[in-house]
Design a protein around this ligand. Structure first.
Ligand SMILES: Nc1ncnc2c1ncn2[C@@H]1O[C@H](COP(=O)(O)OP(=O)(O)OP(=O)(O)O)[C@@H](O)[C@H]1O
Length: 362
């Protein structure tokens, strides 16, 4: 499934002018409040008629303002999950789910049992939404949307109304949808951690325009993008393979840049694990450090050094075939003579890779 979106729309002083293509997987629309994320999703869903635009889903033109074509929302075969779930309070969970199925062509789509199992909602079926936690409600809302057999799932900040614990509870389910159902998802978020964990592709919006769009690893490790992400949040994603559970409570992962040790990650050997490594948690050395407590040292090559407005600099490294971002001072960059092509070692503290940021491959 590919999604092509080109839109122009105006609301008073706000002008939206976007153009992007999304490959299969999870496409995160990321940006600050008011950057236009919901407007894009609403136009894709068919809830908003843009002044001009063309939207193609899986080869089908659902909107082409030039040709006067606008498929109504109910004929676009898209599932929509809102921030607040919007379940029917008088129906049980099972009835809410079956309501979704009602919109699907007969016999099509993923069976109810499979969805119930994937989302872990088997024990909730006879309950009503009023008695469910926020996280449970969202899982049911997601199940209902999937049962309508959509070809694209639209999720507008589906976790925003949940506390951190509930978010952490739902994220693995979203990963399973991405990985096991291969359901394409357009996912609105302003949380870098969520994007780093779930997204395949990131479309970064600012004031109604696409600042950049590309593979999650490339976008998150782009030094030019770091100020938009927020310097504290800037960081790359790496994918490493779990190789062993060690006796001292650490898990060993293999990456092309070197071994990575983390506090116990509960997954079988062979699992691909996505790690988020914040730029501020990476130190650089021009020789392999010894006599240092940090366990995780990856070999890489400098690709870009970008000075910030203050004394800081962002350095992008190539580590294997992935990118890693380090935030250091400009003084250190000069002292180490960092420039593109220079071989370096990135030192990561094991504790810097938070459990909440450990996710499946995607
Ligand atoms: N129906 C509308 N009428 C007038 N202005 C609107 C309407 N919908 C959105 N806007 C304006 O368009 C801009 C983009 O809004 P949009 O909801 O798409 O942003 P967003 O990135 O999704 O923001 P948030 O993260 O806060 O939901 C905002 O300035 C908003 O006030």
């Amino acid at each position: 499934m590919t999604l092509e979106v080109a839109l122009s729309h105006r609301f008073g002083g706000f002008a939206l002018e976007v153009d992007f293509t999304a490959p299969p997987g999870v496409t995160a629309l990321f940006g600050r409040s008011g950057s236009g994320k919901s407007t894009v999703v609403n136009a894709v869903a068919g809830l908003l008629r843009p002044e001009r635009g063309r939207i193609v889903v899986d080869g089908e033109v659902v909107l082409d303002s030039g040709a006067g074509r606008m498929l109504p929302a109910h004929r676009r075969r898209m599932g929509y999950v809102f921030q607040d779930g919007r379940l029917f309070p008088h129906l049980t969970v099972r009835q809410n789910l079956l309501y979704g199925r009602w919109f699907a062509p007969k016999g099509a789509g993923v069976p109810l049992d499979r969805i119930v199992d994937l989302l872990g909602i088997g024990t909730l079926l006879e309950r009503r939404p009023g008695g469910l936690s926020g996280g449970e409600k969202q899982r049911v809302a997601i199940g209902r949307a999937i049962l309508s057999n959509p070809r694209l799932l639209l999720m507008d900040e589906p976790l925003a109304a949940l506390d951190e614990a509930r978010k952490a509870e739902i994220l693995p389910y979203l990963e399973r949808l991405r990985d096991e159902l291969s359901l394409p998802i357009l996912y609105v978020s302003h949380s870098v951690a969520e994007v780093a964990r779930l997204a395949t592709t990131v479309v970064l919006l600012e004031a109604g325009r696409v600042v950049t769009a590309g593979a999650v690893g490339d976008v998150l490790a782009d030094p030019a993008i770091a100020p938009v992400m927020g310097l504290r949040e800037a960081g790359a994603v790496l994918t490493a393979r779990l190789v062993a559970q060690e006796e001292d409570g650490l898990t060993r992962l293999d990456h092309a840049g070197g071994a990575i040790f983390l506090p116990r990650v509960m997954a079988p050997a062979g699992t691909e694990i996505r790690l988020r490594i914040l730029a501020r948690d990476v130190m650089l050395a021009v020789e392999r450090p010894s006599g240092i407590s940090a366990l995780n040292i990856l070999a890489g090559v400098v690709e870009e050094v970008r000075a910030g407005d203050g004394p800081g600099a962002m350095v992008r490294l190539r580590v294997g075939d992935e990118a890693l971002l380090a935030r250091i001072t400009q003084r250190s960059a000069r002292m180490l003579d960092l420039a593109p092509g220079r071989a370096v070692f990135a030192v990561l503290k094991a504790v810097s890779v938070a459990q909440g940021d450990v996710g499946g491959r995607g």
